[in-house]
Design a protein around this ligand. Structure first.
Ligand code: SAM
Length: 232
């Protein structure tokens, strides 16, 4: 996969603008129709970048850890539907997502496992080629997936982790601090659209979205604390 940079992501916004517009409108409508009964977590840049990278990489097997009400699940499934290829395996302790994901999206491209993923490592397919993590934000969980999940998927798997940069640095003793330290030790660079960590990135992407007419927000939250990187 090409290095994830603001230039690369800007190019993907332009390349997939028409499909992205349709998905943004559908997600905005879903949110509006469900009202407060839908608790969405991913902010717009991180949701859109997830969609765009999935379109670019065209993975066959995606693993999502942490679905909650299914906001990220719907973004991921929309990308797989638009690719015409790929299956999503999602894991969560709670199963609210099952009631939320529209049948048109889940179709035959989605498998949900209820339970603590630490108890079901065998359910993570060995051929996983995109990994999305937005689950337990404690340091122990980060140590678990670095030691157990990362080595279980192929080298160079594109990966993202949510809730890392709510500020300029990850919170001490958090999942984010563990994963950022591990990335530094491996000499792996990450990309983030976090408004706290990389305001110049969000400014640049805001300009791209405005030019493409994609600037009406889907959600009004704009922290975007997710990091994107490629496993060694
Ligand atoms: C922040 S929410 C996910 C939000 C979702 N990605 C979205 O975009 O709306 C975190 C979820 O991770 C789940 N979770 C926490 N620890 C987990 C574990 N060990 N295994 C599976 N799921 C876990 C929680 O139950 C919760 O629903």
């Amino acid at each position: 996969m090409e290095a994830i940079t603001v230039e690369h992501v800007s190019g993907l916004y332009a390349k997939y603008q028409d499909d992205l517009r349709v998905v943004r409108d559908a997600q905005r409508k879903f949110l509006r129709d469900r009202g407060k009964s839908m608790k969405a977590q991913l902010d717009d840049y991180e949701a859109e970048i997830t969609y765009l990278l999935l379109r670019d990489v065209r993975p066959e097997v995606v693993v999502e850890v942490g679905t909650f009400y299914g906001w990220s699940t719907m973004w991921i499934l929309s990308a797989l539907r638009d690719n015409g290829i790929g299956h999503l395996h999602s894991f969560d302790i709670v199963d609210n997502v099952v009631r939320n994901v529209p049948a048109e999206l889940s179709a035959d491209r989605w498998t949900f496992t209820k339970g603590d993923i630490q108890q079901h490592p065998e359910k993570v397919p060995a051929e996983t080629d995109y990994l999305f993590i937005d689950a337990d934000h404690g340091s122990r969980f980060a140590h678990w997936y670095i030691e157990n999940l990362f080595p279980a998927v192929p080298p160079r798997t594109p990966t993202s982790v949510h809730d890392v940069f709510h500020g300029r640095r990850p919170k001490p003793f958090s999942e984010g601090s563990v994963v950022v330290k591990w990335l530094a030790e491996q000499n792996i660079e990450f990309f983030t659209p976090s408004t706290a960590k990389a305001p110049q990135v969000t400014e640049q992407l805001a300009a791209v979205k405005k030019e493409l007419g994609l600037d009406e927000p889907v959600r009004d939250s704009d922290h975007n604390p997710m990091i994107f990187f490629t496993l060694p």
